[in-house]
Ligand binder design. Sequence first.
Ligand SMILES: N[C@@H](CCC(=O)N[C@@H](CS)C(=O)NCC(=O)O)C(=O)O
Length: 308
Amino acid sequence: MADLILHHYWPSPFAHKTRMAMGLAGLAWTSVEIPRVPPKPLLLPLTAGYRRTPVLQVGADIYCDTHNIAQVLADAEPNADDRLFPGPSRGAALMLAEWVDQTLFPLAVRVVITEALDTAPPDFVQDRGDLYFGPGWTPEGLRADAPGVILQLEAGLGRLESCLAGLGRCDTRALSSGDVAAAFIAWFLRGRWSRGAELLRDHPHLCEVEAALEGMGQQPARTMSAEEALVIAERAAPQAPAGIQHRSDLAVGQSVGVRPYVQSSDPEVFGRLRALSTDRISIDHEHADVGHVAVHFPVAGYQIRPAD
Ligand SMILES: N[C@@H](CCC(=O)N[C@@H](CS)C(=O)NCC(=O)O)C(=O)O
């Protein structure tokens, strides 16, 4: 397999999640740092316009979204799958990761951005507000909602805590991809919200998982410029198989649009359908800077439609 090239920035909680997963899986990776806010002129040619962080590049195959990336990591080496999904943990780990992403993270990012309204750069606040809260959000609305959002966040953390408590202590069991999903939320709240540490104190199992994964995977084997990564994509050809392996009216080669299935400023991205399985949507994309690449998205959480 070609190098695992992670396009990311260090403070990104979702990138932190993927970095931890690479550490847990024992995989070496190459780091390409990208900007925190658009424009991202050296990333978007690879992704057909998908702008979120992180993105994993393997030659001319470009994997968007951490859920999708987790499966690439599991497939990367013979032992990696066992390390990310030990024993019977797969189903529960995947569901936990999805719940954290769809339920807990939106609450966490609300409290973090609400607190940062007066201190973060205005272009960052505007960009993240449009991305996470959808059209029509206002600073006043965020502030008014904050007390109720904090209660919801505490309720969610309580559920996460009892889920981790049910799995047992970290020193008596193998960590899984589900623990990574729990740890990145703890890392985000502790590092970016003034009340994070105080709230986490009430969740000892969550703190234990966070500590067990601390620092894991945060050291790339090497760093690379974004320009070098584009050259690698240009010189490679997509390796992922083509074909429809799932009941669908869509056909290989058809033009499709894909975007996260949430109210947000995420652009829809377009390409020719290359493959569709129960878990993954793959589109073929051409760009003058990279030639032909295949861009891969998860099915869960993404909406695909014909775009002819
Ligand atoms: N469901 C996505 C969520 C990714 C996400 O929202 N990432 C944040 C960074 S932590 C982001 O893209 N922020 C905007 C940006 O980087 O431009 C995933 O699992 O990868």
